[in-house]
Ligand binder design. Structure first.
Ligand code: F6P
Length: 547
């Protein structure tokens, strides 16, 4: 397989070299059917990749690449519950969290569907109790504020989803504390009343230093305000390590489990989504799961050339490995997706930031790009300059809804949504079209500049064009669509990882820093640098805490 893949990579490199200098605008001019040929839909969701430098032949090669890499077989292995996470010897079954069919599905002797259904039902009962005021704080006050304590996958997904679904948020206020920097917890709880605050301690392992430290401080805050006996009313937990949760002292009926076949960054669909469920209600959370499942079915069954996650991944591979672009920007023209880029940073970079293949060999091609972004239109007034005229092309992924929220109650906002769409389309169009020196000069002359001034200024107003972007368009960001979007990105990451033949489901790269942090804590507390530290670390330690 390795040699065959390399042949396809070579053919792709030749294709790019043969078309160097070609403009994407020429491709549009030559083919009136280009948009139809290079876009695909799933329900109301549309993926447009036509503004990338692909021809039908390029796309054919990329599809060959996916087939040669065994994407279809690897996809089947994932859905079948095989232990595709080989370094941790685990199945990868976050898809089972949103497949709520009743048919038993036994993996490693466990009926995962029954387990998922049971936890979801328990979460819904707890959620209804909190939202209705039946479950109160220790003094009988209803819960008005829920503070989730977690980090990484136990934070980013729920934060992102809570903001995304804010139009549906009718439960208690939701807050998220992740950073071990005590300021995060302090600032969050400062305006809150302990008597009406519920903490959810969310940690897959229940050993994560930051989460355990914040949980202990939060416990102290409750105990100091309400007494030790109040802890049971003011804490719930989500974890796979139920023994460790019990040791922390959280009442068993407030502990919601999940399983080692759910990766942290794929866990928002599990009990880790509890703060989201409490915010938007069990029915809206169920729609979120339905959306994820619908996209799973699309990914599992649609032919590769019409398969949205596959196409998104192939464009990613084209840009990363053939064009050599090191980053990609995710720019949602949707304020409710403000935290999507941060969420995708973990999903993508923790999954595919790998340097060895499944066989332990050094990878032959660059893997995960840097993922970054901010909502549009704000990015336009900040970093878009570099995307348009910087020296390294940055592929952009635009996300845009046909309809916004709040427009029914406030019809005047409809115009602002039109402005949002206009800006989104304008940016991708400008990136693709660019502006030549002749066009820039002509514009300056037409604006009344003299020839010398036009010649001097025109080069600064040149845009190379052919700067790649894809656009994902959908009707409205509701729970179902959010589920589809997140599953789309999850499967994109899967397909890219499958082509690179890496394990997208472990994260050993985060371990070394964690080990060093634990050995450094005593040094920070004592102000004494151990001899094993580099001169830099010892010098910094001395500067910060030395006596
Ligand atoms: O350190 C990285 C990581 O293990 C992530 O993969 C995970 O999402 C995060 O830490 C939090 O882990 P946990 O849920 O076990 O506290």
């Amino acid at each position: 397989m390795g040699a065959a893949i390399e042949d396809v990579f070579k053919a792709l490199a030749n294709d790019r070299a043969a078309r160097s200098g070609e403009k994407v605008a020429q491709l549009f001019a030559a083919d009136p059917g280009r948009f139809a040929a290079f876009s695909a839909t799933f329900e109301d969701m549309l993926l447009d990749v036509s503004k990338c430098s692909l021809t039908p032949a390029t796309l054919g090669l990329l599809l060959d690449l996916a087939r040669t890499a065994g994407v279809e077989e690897k996809r089947a292995a994932m859905f079948a519950g095989e232990h595709i996470n080989i370094t941790e010897d685990r199945a990868v079954l976050h898809t089972a969290l949103r497949d709520r069919s009743a048919t038993p599905f036994t993996i490693d002797g466990q009926d995962v569907r029954a387990d998922v259904a049971k936890v979801l039902a328990d979460m819904a009962v707890f959620t209804d109790g909190i939202r209705s005021g039946v479950l109160t704080g220790w003094t009988g006050k209803p819960i008005t504020d829920v503070v989730n304590i977690g980090i990484g996958g136990s934070d980013l997904g729920p934060v992102m989803a809570t903001i995304a679904l804010s139009p549906y948020h009718d439960g208690p206020r939701a807050h998220y504390v992740s950073n071990v920097d005590g300021a995060h917890l302090f600032d969050t709880v400062k305006p809150l009343d302990p008597a009406s605050t519920l903490f959810i301690v969310a940690s897959k392992t229940f050993t994560t230093q930051e989460t355990m430290a914040n949980a202990a401080s939060a416990r102290q805050w409750i105990v100091e305000a309400l007494g030790e006996a109040a802890v049971s009313n003011h804490f719930a937990a989500v974890s796979t390590a139920l023994d460790k949760v019990a040791a922390f002292g959280i009442a068993p009926d407030r502990v919601f489990g999940f399983w080692d076949w759910v990766g942290g960054r794929y866990s928002v669909w599990s009990a880790i989504g509890l703060p989201v469920m409490i915010a938007v209600g069990a029915a809206n959370f169920a729609r979120f799961l339905d959306g994820g499942h619908a996209l799973d079915e699309h990914f599992r069954t649609a032919p590769l050339e019409k398969n949205l996650p596959v196409l998104l991944a192939l464009v990613g591979i084209w840009h990363r490995d053939v064009c050599g672009y090191a980053t990609r920007a995710v720019i949602p023209y949707d304020q409710h997706l403000a935290r999507l880029p941060a969420y995708l940073q973990q999903l993508d970079m923790e999954s595919n930031g790998k340097h060895v293949t499944l066989d332990g060999e050094t990878v032959a091609h660059d893997t995960g790009p840097v993922v970054w972004g901010e909502p549009g239109t704000n990015g336009q007034h900040a970093f878009f300059q570099l995307i348009h005229q910087g020296t390294s092309p940055i592929p952009v992924e635009f996300l845009i809804a046909a309809r916004g929220h709040g427009e029914d109650e406030w019809p005047g906002l409809k115009r602002q949504h039109a402005m949002l769409i206009a800006n989104c389309l304008a940016q991708s169009e400008a990136l693709m079209r660019g502006r030549t020196l002749e066009e820039a000069t002509a514009q300056l002359l037409a604006a009344g500049r003299d020839k010398d001034a036009a010649a001097k200024i025109a080069p600064h107003r040149v845009f190379t064009g052919s700067r790649p972007s894809v656009t994902i368009a959908y009707d409205k960001l509701d729970p179902y669509t959010l589920g589809r979007l997140i599953a789309l990105y999850e499967h994109r990451v899967f397909v890219e990882g499958a082509i690179w033949n890496i394990n997208s489901f472990d994260q050993w790269g985060v371990e070394l820093g964690k080990e060093l942090a634990s050995t450094l804590l005593p040094a920070v507390e004592s102000g004494q640098a151990p001899a094993s530290l580099s001169a830099s670390a010892a010098g910094l330690l001395h500067h910060l805490v030395g006596q």
